[in-house]
Design a protein around this ligand. Structure first.
Ligand SMILES: [Zn+2]
Length: 243
């Protein structure tokens, strides 16, 4: 396991060229074989115009992408016991409690655990579950000494190697949107973290490259159009390039 595995989407301006020839190697940990994604939209702001439209676009994005060629291309990283294939969006939920202007990773973990424990609308974690938490405009999240829009644009992590989640701050800053529309920035970072959570759900214990990080880090902010959506390229060991 890498000592401090990379688990974030870097700022657009800090996406670096890979060191040497990237190669992900498998470290023996779990993978998300048929990922079951549940979305949390935290904060009342998501119910105020124009954000409901973003919510609906993100729901549509996950419905599409989880059965798309983006999942098919991850099949090369299947290992004994974990055959990577199509997934599904199991639902989404607006949480009307207002997050403070800055939240910590611990706050995110508490929220997910409370929701799982207390809300029957939230599926219980399975070995393939992945919870996405989308933050509203104006709310930053800090994790491992960094913060959204300052040092990163999103990340994924785990709770005790059992509950897997990704955090998507609102890209209301130049570093995380640049010339991209908000929805395109969000689908790009979401695809980055989705592919990383599938192939490396416990950061550094799945498919990882000690010099370059996880599958999406090697290709950070290189995007393509898939269907109607902007997604990020991902590293392919078999192709030897970002695809
Ligand atoms: Zn990453």
């Amino acid at each position: 396991m890498a000592a401090n595995p990379i688990q974030v989407v870097p700022l657009r301006t800090e996406a670096a060229a890979p060191v040497g020839t990237p190669k992900l190697t498998y470290r023996g940990g779990p993978l998300l074989a048929s990922v079951q994604v549940f979305l949390f939209f935290w904060g009342d702001a998501w119910s105020q115009d124009p954000l409901p439209q973003v919510v609906s676009q993100l729901n549509g994005f996950f419905d599409f992408v989880l059965t798309s060629p983006l999942m098919d291309q991850l099949a090369e990283y299947s290992v004994s016991g974990f055959t990577i294939g199509h997934g599904a969006r199991t639902g989404s939920l607006a949480l009307t409690t207002a997050p403070p202007a800055s939240v910590t990773d611990a706050d995110i973990q508490s929220l997910i655990q409370q929701e799982i424990a207390s809300d029957s609308a939230v599926p219980k974690p399975s070995p393939s579950s992945l919870y996405f938490v989308f933050l509203p405009p104006g709310v930053s999240v800090s994790m491992s000494g960094g913060a959204s829009c300052t040092t990163f644009c999103g990340y994924h992590s785990d709770i005790n190697s059992q509950v897997f989640y990704a955090v998507m701050p609102y890209p209301d800053c130049q570093g995380c949107a640049g010339s991209l529309a908000v929805v395109d920035a969000l689908t790009s970072t979401s695809s980055h973290e989705l592919c990383e959570a599938v192939t490396d759900p416990v950061p550094g214990q799945g498919w990882y490259d000690d010099a370059n990080g996880e599958i999406g880090d090697i290709c950070a902010w290189q995007t393509k159009k898939l269907g109607a959506y902007t997604v990020q390229l991902e590293w392919s060991n078999s192709a030897g390039k970002c695809v």
